[in-house]
Design a protein around this ligand. Structure first.
Ligand SMILES: [Zn+2]
Ligand SMILES: [Zn+2]
Length: 363
């Protein structure tokens, strides 16, 4: 089969690799029908995630069809259309039993395109299939559910639910890239009083308006703290969501909130940020962090089925799977291309891989 292979920092290729095969009885093999690229994949390509070894197939967000199941898989059969969670769950460890699949200590967690071969490929081996796959309700398209692999649950669980967004709240979202926009989309489920988007790029702020922000602030030309306090009668925001992942935006979030307010960090940080406890201790603030668990996928699926949530607006570009290399170029140059999410689609004619080919374990 063909797949997008990480070849070390700055290097990727679309090449022939051995077909995946069942390794343990809880595995399933899924033919990938639709996949997408994540900002995390770009971080990996920069060399920021050294756990990813050269030779690993990238990708952790996809929708596909089951073509083979291990003998212990009981919840799925060949032909089932499935959403693959970016986080795998062994279902047995302490963390999985608490619904904290992201922290799975039994071999799951974020493993696709990280510790094992990922999903930007014609076929993928899905470990712990019963716990890590979700049947796609009849009548929904791949694109309607694709962003439930990662970006929607991340913004919902780590941003909106951790931030305890309530009806009427003023919510300030720092960063209006795909994750910040997904936070806007998910926050709207709770009918906040006001959504404020803060970013340095006017083009991203324009998108934030399209997604439902009431007010936008370009913090390159305006003082966001002054503006947020003006908009909240001098109190500050009820919730600030950090959706960038640099020290300055985290520190800004802690300055935007009112006493008793919440800061929900969603951004992936690579450097230390300063926590101004000398100012914060007296304000009863709550600061949360987190890696997505994707426990909210069934809930988000219900919202899509009910017509209450439509994540298809994230799909700005579409490519045939074999043009994944070009799709990376477009996604990686989002400042110019204005790409939010690029959708990779496999031709419907690709057939089931032979199960006799030896697979390459590249952990
Ligand atoms: Zn992702
Ligand atoms: Zn587990």
């Amino acid at each position: 089969m063909k797949a997008l292979v990480y070849q070390g920092p700055g290097k990727r290729s679309w090449e022939s690799v051995p077909d995946p095969k069942i390794q343990v009885p809880t595995d399933a093999i899924v033919k990938i029908d639709t996949a997408t690229i994540c900002g995390t994949d770009l971080h990996i390509l920069k060399g920021d995630v050294p756990a990813v070894k050269p030779g690993t197939i990238l990708g952790h967000e996809a929708v596909g069809t089951i073509v083979e199941t291990g003998s212990a898989v009981t919840g799925f059969v060949i032909g089932d259309r499935v959403l693959i969670s970016c986080v795998s769950s062994c279902g047995r460890c302490r963390f999985c039993k608490e619904g904290r699949y992201g922290q799975c200590s039994g071999g799951g967690g974020w493993i696709f395109g990280h510790l094992i071969n990922g999903l930007q490929a014609e076929y993928a081996r899905v470990p712990f299939a019963d716990n890590s796959l979700y049947k796609i309700p009849a009548g929904l398209t791949d694109e309607q559910v694709l962003f439930l692999s990662d970006i929607l649950p991340t913004s919902f669980e780590v941003g909106v639910l951790n931030g305890q967004v309530k009806p009427g709240d003023t919510i300030a979202i720092v960063g209006a890239g795909p994750i910040g926009l997904a936070v806007i989309m998910a926050a709207k489920l709770f009918t906040p009083g006001k959504i404020i988007a803060i970013d340095l790029a006017d083009s991203r702020l324009a998108k934030a308006k399209e997604f439902g922000a009431d007010v936008t602030i370009n913090n390159g030309s305006e003082d966001p703290i002054k503006k947020v306090f003006e908009l909240t009668g001098g109190l500050g925001a009820d919730v600030a969501v950090e959706a960038v992942g640099v020290p300055q935006t985290f520190e800004l979030c802690t300055e935007l909130i009112r006493p008793g307010g919440r800061v929900a960090n969603v951004g992936v940080h690579g450097h230390a940020a300063t926590l101004h406890l000398e100012k914060l201790w007296i304000k009863d603030v709550t600061i949360t962090t987190g890696l997505v668990d994707t426990y909210s996928i069934p809930q988000l699926l219900s919202l899509i089925v009910g017509g209450r949530l439509d994540p298809t607006t994230f799909a700005t570009h579409r490519f045939p799977m074999e043009e994944t290399m070009a799709a990376y170029d477009v996604f990686g140059d989002a400042a110019k291309t204005h790409a939010l999410k690029v959708v990779l689609e496999t031709a419907a004619t690709v057939s089931k891989p032979s199960t006799t080919v030896k697979t390459a374990a590249r952990v």
